[in-house]
Design a protein around this ligand. Structure first.
Ligand code: PLP
Length: 385
């Protein structure tokens, strides 16, 4: 297909990173499992691939595909074995003595990377309410080198004003990285708001079927030729937390239907958020698509829709919330999000000791089922407690 006809994102998700295979005409791309690549007698390589950890054709296709989704050149994307491997690579690209400012509501694994793994190695970190730009301004330190954003955040769907934080970071010459997992490139465009890095857990909406673990880092065009890109590429290829060829292929297959799936995730989540908003047993709904949500105004400015996750605080706290999760029949009680099936979890139990999540909070990943069936299931579960 002519490149000029691939410019709209609904088309990009279907075609990016793959042409019919030149050797066979296969429309679905081959999965290259070879770990090593033959040289010619003169030492040259037919396609510049040497060894699979460094680079391989299937991973390269996936990287080209995700890069196209975020609107950067193919080699500005690096695929990793998980979302946390991708996040960790960004943190490892900092230097001992640097400071990372992250949201207090960040995914708990991200916080663990910073505090438990890289704290002892000399990376400073602190956590702030990123929804409050004054608090972010105050929390900056002379050695702050990276602002980490996660918006909407996991699990309370806090919304950060991306452009506002970028402005604060620019004033002190720091980088901004945005975890765009929950929004996906379909709903939010962090590079267009000035971010330097984007990370994705491709385990979630990109993979989309709860059957593959993966992650990706993208580097903005502005950072393309400077130190972080080469350092991140080294962390990927020498650190070696890379996805298998099969996993790359699965993520790519998932991406082909991403636009279509996101529409239904958003439709269903919006209806369910409305359902919860008027339910007598619900204390609070966390969903930036609701006009009453504290993040709505900023979310409406920087997102085209509001995503497929809804969190609710149930009146009566943890015991009642757990009882609701135990009573659902269609929702599956399991962690994770972004798959075709609806999931529910009592988040504080999953996070364990030290969790900052409100004890009565249930996180729901809204799937692609008929929304009325989801509402019926939640209605009966709430009626029984
Ligand atoms: N970032 C966000 C926002 C997440 O929700 C998650 C997992 O839930 C991750 C990163 C980690 O991704 P992975 O499980 O692929 O390592």
């Amino acid at each position: 297909m002519n490149e000029a006809t691939k410019t709209r994102i609904n088309t990009v998700v279907v075609h990016a990173g793959a042409e019919p295979d030149a050797a066979t005409g296969a429309v679905s791309p081959p999965i290259h499992t070879s770990t090593t690549f033959a040289r010619r007698d003169d030492g040259s390589l037919p396609a510049q691939f040497v060894y699979a950890r460094s680079d391989n054709p299937t991973r390269r296709s996936l990287e080209a595909c995700i890069a196209a989704l975020e609107g950067v050149p193919a080699d500005n994307c690096m695929a990793f074995a998980s979302g946390l491997a991708a996040a960790g690579a960004i943190f490892q690209s900092m230097r001992p003595g640097d400071h990372v400012l992250a949201p207090a509501s960040a995914y708990y694994g991200t916080a663990k990377w910073l505090t438990e793994l890289l704290g002892p190695w000399g990376l400073e970190s602190s956590f702030v309410d990123m929804t409050d730009l004054d608090a972010v301004r105050q929390a900056r330190r002379p050695n702050t080198r990276l602002f980490w954003l996660e918006t909407p955040s996991n699990p309370t769907l806090d919304v950060t004003d991306i452009a506002g934080v970028v402005e604060l970071a620019r004033e002190i010459g720091a980088y901004v990285a945005c975890d765009n997992t929950w929004a996906t490139p379909l709903l939010q465009r962090p590079f267009e708001l000035g971010c330097d890095f984007i990370i994705h857990s491709t385990t979630k909406y990109m993979g989309g079927h709860s059957d593959v673990t993966g992650g990706a880092i993208l580097v903005s065009c502005a950072q393309r030729n400077v130190e972080p890109l080469s350092r991140l590429r080294a962390i990927q290829t020498v650190g070696g937390a890379v996805p298998s060829a099969f996993d790359c292929w699965l993520v790519m297959r998932g991406i082909r239907s991403l636009a279509c799936r996101m529409r239904t995730h958003c439709d269903n989540a919006e209806k369910l958020a409305q359902f919860f908003a008027t339910h007598e047993k619900v204390e609070r709904v966390h969903y930036p698509g609701l006009h009453s949500d504290p993040g709505h105004t900023v979310a409406a400015k920087q997102m085209s829709r509001f995503g497929g996750v809804v969190s609710v605080q149930i009146k009566g706290g943890a015991p009642v919330a757990i009882a609701v999760a135990n009573r659902v029949q269609l929702f599956i009680q399991a962690t994770s999000l972004g798959g075709t099936e609806s999931l529910i979890e009592h988040r504080a139990s999953v996070e364990g000791p030290g969790s900052r999540t409100p004890p009565g909070l249930l996180r729901l990943s809204i799937g692609l089922e008929d929304c009325d069936d989801l509402i019926d299931d939640l209605s009966q579960a709430l009626a029984g407690v």
